[in-house]
Design a protein around this ligand. Structure first.
Ligand code: SF4
Length: 669
């Protein structure tokens, strides 16, 4: 077996520099871990350089070393208040990013690509003049893109994945964002990642050495894993004994995170390189297969009930159908002789080894959940059950319990969640008791807040949005625009008079609306569906010019005349004096509701949107002339006052906002 060690493996310039400064300053405290490697932190403690994460516990006049990945300005302020002697070990590459974001122009907003929970990103964000936007992936940016109407300056975490960086850059360029890009990955990380990728592509197996809580090391591990499936993350040489390299592995590449000390790397290389020691390890694998080992197995035989494997041990291993963990289909349809797979040793007997593939899958799933717990990753699953005290989300083969208090931001009937696909986070994992607890509420609340912010950015008068009808009252409908509701008043529901909102819209209906107004202080959003291009009064001056003969339907009577609908949204009045040449007391004497009539336009007022008609002198419909003195009334329109008990405009809006706030506010605890 050939072993290749990456020339860039191990301490980077920034880490070496920080350790040298800290050692020269001993005894001293560091505010947070100086670097991300527990082994190094323990070594530093022996040299009286102690990590303290609580500002209140730092005594006055203490000597305090600032970590390699920097801190926000307020930490310096607090240390100064405690009269601390500050020794700054911030890596120059990180310091450079602080300077860049400090020098942004007044109208520029900073975008940081990186993990928002990583101390380096928290530090950089603290040096920005305005609150920056932080994205850790292209997905996040696609879900909540930066508003288009701003200028941006984009920087990245020094260890940011360059493949993701390039995808985000292409995304922003394609959408023509006004963004200035400062490429701030550190040279050391870039070389490190590049060399690791090259090694992973050419070797049969990879070892990545470093702290499992180090972002730098995990990125190296993920980069290698995506190119070499036999990639293992170890913290020290002692973990080599848990790994079994098959006989097909001829080349092994080794790289290490930027915080991994040289002596740990050398120990791993020594153990892997010494032929006789490796032979010894191989021999051990023949003679000592222990329960819990994961080994590579090759299928020798498949029957209805079990599979026989060669695992390189003195005897073969067997696996039952249940431990295979596949489907109900016959085993022969699921596995073929010659297939290779990872198997876990459950029991070692004198002449037989019992194996499981199901447990390898479970181990990996638990490892994935542990990573998700550590990195607070958002996962996606399906709600499959509602219990009295919570819900169950199915995630792969795992059932995740979410307590009722963490199931949704609102107090809802948990049964309504069953069947939906949803995002959630893991908040507790007890493998021995097979208990996995999740939190859906905070994820949904965060997503709603992001969605709400994105919707607010679009709320300019005249903007057209698609919304969903959330609830309907006697005088309006509330439309969910995406995290925030707007009010569609009955008078804005169309050019025709709408008397019952329930006849115009239905709950759950998708509807296009136009923003009439938005008040950021009160949060009131007024909407309309009276789109200018559908206004029936467009071109009405020509169609209903004075003297034109028109046809319409009699729709209602008043004491002073009859209303005729000329088209949807345009009613005209025939005053009682113009209904007949004879004297009549009420329109019903000569007309019936629903009757079609021909009439002549005698007045058209575009401003007041009023049209007056007459039935008296239509060609071919002449009646006996009126006798002198028969007509006494003039054509007069009357304002119809608000009747007692009806809502005034102000009452309607106040009531609407109350309903809107109640529907959108946080759930009561
Ligand atoms: S990885 Fe780069 S930025 Fe981080 S400490 Fe090392 S040299 Fe500095």
């Amino acid at each position: 077996m050939k072993v290749f060690l990456a020339s860039t493996a191990g301490f980077c310039f920034g880490v070496k520099n920080a350790i040298r400064i800290a050692e020269e300053s001993a005894p001293a405290l560091t505010f947070g871990p100086l670097i991300h490697n527990d082994h190094v932190i323990r070594e530093l403690e022996k040299k009286h350089i102690v990590c303290c994460e609580d500002m209140e516990k730092i005594p006055e006049h203490e000597r305090v070393v600032i970590r390699a990945h920097g801190v926000p300005p307020y930490v310096y302020e607090q240390l100064k208040k405690r009269k601390a002697q500050i020794i700054d070990a911030t890596c120059p590459f990180v310091r450079k990013i602080h300077t860049i974001v400090q020098e942004t122009e007044e109208d520029e907003q900073v975008i940081i690509l990186g993990d928002p929970d990583h101390p380096e990103v928290i530090g950089i964000a603290g040096w920005c003049k305005k609150t920056p936007l932080i994205y850790r992936s292209l997905n996040e940016m696609e879900e909540t893109p930066p508003p288009k109407d701003r200028k941006y300056l984009m920087v990245e975490q020094t260890t940011f994945d360059q493949t993701i960086f390039s995808k985000i850059l292409v995304f922003l360029q394609n959408l023509e964002y006004n963004v200035k890009v400062c490429h701030t990955i550190c040279i050391s990380t870039e070389k490190h990642q590049q060399e690791a990728i090259e090694l992973a592509q050419k070797c049969d197996a990879m070892l990545v050495i470093g702290g499992k809580n180090s972002s730098n090391t995990r990125k190296l591990y993920n980069l290698c894993l995506s190119r070499c499936s036999q990639t293992h993350l170890i913290e020290s040489a002692s973990e080599l004994y848990g790994i079994r390299f098959g006989s097909e592995i001829e080349t092994v590449g080794i790289t290490a995170g930027a915080s991994t000390p040289d002596h740990i790397i050398q120990e791993v290389v020594r153990k892997m390189s010494e032929n006789n020691l490796f032979e010894e390890m191989l021999n051990e694998s023949y003679q000592e297969v222990h329960s819990g080992y994961v080994v590579q197995g090759k299928v020798l035989e498949v029957t209805d009930t079990e599979i026989v494997f060669n695992i390189g041990y003195k005897c073969d291993g067997t696996m039952t159908k249940a431990e295979f963990g596949g489907t109900d289909a016959p085993l022969q349809d699921q596995v073929k002789v010659g297939d290779q797979m990872e198997v876990k040793v459950i029991k070692v007997g004198d002449s037989e080894v019992t194996l499981s593939r199901k447990r390898v899958i479970q181990d990996k799933a638990y490892q994935e959940l542990e990573d998700a717990l550590t990195e607070k990753t958002v996962l996606h699953g399906k709600v499959v059950e509602a219990l009295e005290n919570g819900i169950i989300i199915q995630y792969g083969d795992m059932r995740v319990f979410v307590p009722a208090s963490l199931a949704d931001p609102r107090r809802i009937d948990l049964k309504t969640l069953v069947g939906i696909d949803t995002d959630f986070r893991i908040i507790r994992l007890q493998r021995k008791r097979n208990r996995i607890m999740g939190d859906r509420r905070s994820v949904i609340a965060e997503q709603r807040a992001k969605l709400r912010q994105a919707t607010i950015e679009k709320l300019v008068p005249g903007a057209r949005l698609e919304g969903t009808v959330k609830n309907i009252t006697n005088y309006c409908a509330f439309i969910d625009l995406g995290g925030i509701d707007g009010m569609l008043h009955i008078s804005e529901m169309g050019w025709n008079a709408v008397r019952n909102p329930n006849r115009y819209v239905k709950e759950g209906q998708k509807i296009e609306v136009e923003v009439k107004s938005y008040d950021p202080e009160t949060g009131r959003i007024s909407l309309t569906t009276k789109f200018p291009e559908t206004n029936p009064w467009n071109g009405a001056d020509e169609k209903y010019a004075v003297g034109n003969i028109v046809t319409g339907k009699v729709v209602r009577f008043a004491d002073f005349g009859a209303f005729v609908e000329l088209e949807k949204g345009i009613d005209a009045l025939v005053h009682i004096s113009h209904l007949s040449n004879k004297f009549i007391k009420h329109p019903s004497e000569v007309l019936t509701i629903g009757e079609m009539v021909e009439a002549k336009v005698i007045d058209f007022n575009a401003e007041t949107k009023r049209i007056s008609l007459t039935l008296r002198d239509i060609p071919g419909q002449e009646e006996a002339p009126a006798e002198e003195g028969e007509f006494v009334e003039e054509v007069v329109y009357e304002e119809i006052p608000v009747e007692e008990g009806e809502y005034s405009e102000e009452e309607i809006i106040d009531e609407a906002v109350k309903t809107q706030e109640a529907g959108d506010g946080p759930a009561e605890e």
